[in-house]
Design a protein around this ligand. Structure first.
Ligand SMILES: Nc1ncnc2c1ncn2[C@@H]1O[C@H](COP(=O)(O)OP(=O)(O)OP(=O)(O)O)[C@@H](O)[C@H]1O
Ligand SMILES: [Mg+2]
Length: 356
């Protein structure tokens, strides 16, 4: 599906890229997440999804290694006498070294600490999105909601990444449109409910919430906690690398059964903490908002994002929801079918309608 296509220049540095060669044009939905970047595009009557981890891992430089990496179509940068492996391959390298992958983004935002962050995100996007076939083609990309926490304490660029991403997509010939991540969930999942309800994305770095009325975002916000925090907390408790814990968690944590070992126990404890934090934030933000539409009927909640994947997640979320009071009834809670792809699919729905 993918093939190596040589190198580009980024600020004088060579960027080896592997491009998605299936591109047949048309509007695109792009989810630029802390953990994964996901691209959705219509191919005939199906939606094509391509994704890549938003991560990197630096290894020492040598001519021999370079050749092996190229032969294996591994995407990498050359910088500071090191090779920066990017995307999915970074995790394999990190596990070999029993170390953690590094991320250009943290808690939903680009970090200042990783000085190559912008170049890495651009190179990851380049593996998924080709230059526009038609100049000005619409691409909708996800942006996080305003964080609840004090932004002055954050080390992030505080939203400037959306400007950086927008400029990069423009340079590829697209007309980029930003869409709130929670609204993208509503767009993907609540078509049958007139795009009215609460869309939640529980990702790696953050959770996004959007209360939408007929596709209009009435309340949007984010909390700067997600799957990464679960990994880091469990890693500290049990003394294994966070990348290893992430792997164990993704193999299938079951929140509905008693834990069988200390890793499972810690995973369950920190999962419960995250759900409690998210649900209590909903009570605080929605109940104190003066913008709540007076809706006679109950609203559905749909949850997406990789962190909503485990067995027993929905039931745990539902029971936590019973402990809070909201100014309206909840008609149903459901987890989207492909939680990792929902934001990109919702962004695609928006992109297609904008292109008409
Ligand atoms: N099967 C699974 N079980 C539990 N967690 C999972 C599973 N698959 C992925 N995850 C977790 O989901 C998170 C990534 O989800 P997602 O791709 O939705 O986040 P993101 O969009 O990249 O990040 P964000 O929205 O926070 O910026 C990671 O923490 C990952 O470990
Ligand atoms: Mg996300």
């Amino acid at each position: 599906m993918t093939e190596a296509t040589g190198s580009n220049d980024y600020q004088g540095k060579s960027v080896e890229v592997v491009e998605n060669t299936e591109d047949t044009g048309g509007p695109i939905g792009l989810d630029v997440g802390t953990s994964n970047i996901v691209m959705a595009q219509n191919k005939g009557n199906r939606v094509s999804i391509v994704k890549q981890q938003n991560a990197f891992f630096a290894i020492p430089q040598s001519k021999f290694t370079r050749q092996i990496l190229q032969q294996n179509e591994i995407v990498f940068f050359e910088h500071n006498k090191q090779y920066y492996i990017i995307g999915d391959s970074a995790e394999n390298f990190a596990n070999m070294f029993n170390a953690n992958t590094r991320r250009p983004m943290e808690k939903g935002f680009l970090t200042l600490r990783e000085d190559e962050g912008v170049a890495i995100i651009q190179a990851v996007i380049k593996t998924l999105v080709q230059r526009a076939k038609k100049l000005g083609e619409i691409i909708c990309f996800s942006v996080p909601g305003e964080p609840l926490c004090d932004k002055q304490n954050s080390s992030s660029l505080g939203g400037h990444e959306s400007v950086v991403i927008k400029m990069y997509l423009e340079s590829l010939g697209y007309t980029p449109i930003a869409i709130n991540e929670g609204l993208a969930v509503v767009m993907a999942e609540l078509g049958d409910e007139n795009f009215t309800g609460i869309g939640i994305s529980m990702g790696g770095g953050m959770c996004n919430v959007c209360l939408s009325y007929m596709s209009v975002p009435v309340i949007t916000y984010s909390i700067q906690k997600g799957g990464d925090d679960i990994d880091e907390n469990v890693s500290r408790e049990v003394g294994m690398s966070a990348t290893k814990i992430k792997g164990i968690k993704e193999e299938g944590v079951d929140l509905s059964t008693l834990p069988k070992n200390n890793v499972e126990l810690a995973l369950q404890i920190y999962y419960t903490d995250l759900i409690n934090l998210l649900v209590s934030s909903m009570e605080m933000v929605i109940s104190s908002s003066d913008k709540i539409p007076k809706i006679a009927h109950a609203l559905p909640i749909v949850i997406s994002g990789g962190t909503a994947s485990p067995k027993g997640f929905k039931e745990k979320f539902e029971s936590t929801l019973q402990t809070i009071r909201l100014p309206f009834e909840i008609s149903s809670v459901r987890v989207s079918k492909d939680p990792l792809d929902t934001t990109a699919k919702g962004a695609l729905v928006m992109a297609v309608s904008e292109a008409k």
